[in-house]
Design a protein around this ligand. Structure first.
Ligand code: PLP
Length: 361
């Protein structure tokens, strides 16, 4: 008879033993300002169009996502051969590291930045080389290039605009990394529809440039998990080797195609979200003792005197914000994304109340 295992941990890969699972708070009853989502409902007619569509859900999806790639190619003015679709851009980060990272290879990141880069590096045995942002806000191009010289350095990820700081980095600096590093440079443009700046036109010049995009933010499809990579066809073909065969379900593929047919409606939502972000930024800047960082995305990073206490007080009033914990360089901060106009007004009222309460104590 086989012995019954008493200690499953002993069989787990060492990297996994150290991992802390990503725990996103799920509090649907709250006003959600914690995940940089689009707060508006889908454009009128899109939901109905998705449901009446005759999807053969008893069949596997189109593994290559042919129709969706055609629609994305039109939207991004690229070619379908230079596109790879993923189950959220999260999955695509993992596929990039499975292709170019691994044991003995390293990934250069610029903390503070999106936490999943580091998590997927661990999972793929890739070493993380952090090159912190200058003052927490600007890329240190000289140090990043220095780090990229190492033979182990295979991938550099630049998040532009950066989550969680909201900073938009100048394109010239990123292009220097692309030209001079000779390594894979991934530019995560999850929030590019808000910053209205992109390096997509540069793809044709550089086989080592990869751009990561998502439908989760400006297109309001976070619940459907849909992202895509853009690059030269040869680069994309390499990453396609490690992609699970049916990684994007039929429903999400159809929703992505539909969304790209409502660009006018989305553009109007994006402009409203930008205006709301601006109002929130102004409101927060008027509160004493709060440092508010500049943003080009749909979220704002700020530093109150007592981040944990304020996050708790906000939650008591029904507002879920993201407590970023201790960020490299910047220290303890909170992050909020723009909600609906009435939600943002309510948030500013609540935070004014909390701040006057805390100064009275
Ligand atoms: C910079 C950045 N990249 C990627 C993602 C992941 O997005 P997705 O929903 O496409 O997995 C996020 C989500 O917050 C993000 O902020």
């Amino acid at each position: 008879m086989e012995p019954i295992l008493s200690n499953l941990e002993s069989l787990v890969r060492p990297e996994v033993r150290q991992l802390v699972p990503y725990e996103a708070k799920y509090l649907p009853q709250c006003i959600k300002l914690d995940a940089n989502e689009n707060p508006f409902p889908w454009p009128a007619g899109m939901r109905e169009a998705l449901y009446i569509e005759d999807l053969a859900l008893n069949r596997y999806p189109d593994g290559m996502g042919g129709d969706l790639k055609m629609a994305i190619a039109t939207y991004t003015e690229t070619s379908p051969e230079g596109i790879l679709i993923g189950n959220g851009s999260d999955e695509l980060i993992q596929l990039i590291l499975l292709t170019f990272g691994g044991l003995g290879k390293s990934l250069i990141i610029h903390p503070p930045t999106f936490g999943m880069y580091q998590n997927y590096a661990r999972l793929t045995d890739t070493t993380v080389v952090p090159v912190p942002l200058l003052n927490g806000l600007a890329l240190d191009i000289a140090k990043m290039l220095e780090a990229a010289k190492s033979p182990e350095a295979h991938v550099v990820i630049v998040c532009n605009p950066n989550n969680p700081t909201g900073s938009l980095f100048p394109q010239e600096g990123i292009l220097r990394l692309v030209k001079e590093s000779g390594k894979i440079v991934v530019v995560d443009e999850a929030y590019a529809e808000f910053s209205e700046e992109t390096l997509i036109p540069e793809i044709e010049n550089f086989p080592n440039l990869i751009i990561l995009r998502t439908f989760s933010k400006s297109f309001g499809m976070a619940g459907l998990r849909l992202g895509y990579l853009l690059g030269q066809p040869e680069t994309i073909a390499l990453i396609n080797r490690v992609r699970p065969p049916y990684n994007v379900n039929s429903f999400s593929q159809k929703a992505g195609i539909l969304a790209l047919g409502y660009l006018g409606e989305y553009q109007s939502q994006i402009q409203q979200i930008k205006a709301e972000t601006h109002k929130l930024h102004e409101g927060l800047s008027q509160i004493p003792d709060v440092v508010v960082y500049p943003t080009r995305a749909n979220f704002i990073l700020f530093k109150p005197a007592d981040p944990e206490g304020w996050a708790e007080e906000l939650l008591k009033r029904g507002f879920l914000v993201r407590n970023m914990g201790e960020l490299p360089v910047l220290g303890k901060c909170l992050r909020i994304s723009a909600g609906l106009p009435a939600e943002n007004e309510g948030f500013l009222r609540a935070i004014r109340e909390i701040s006057t309460g805390s100064t009275r104590d």
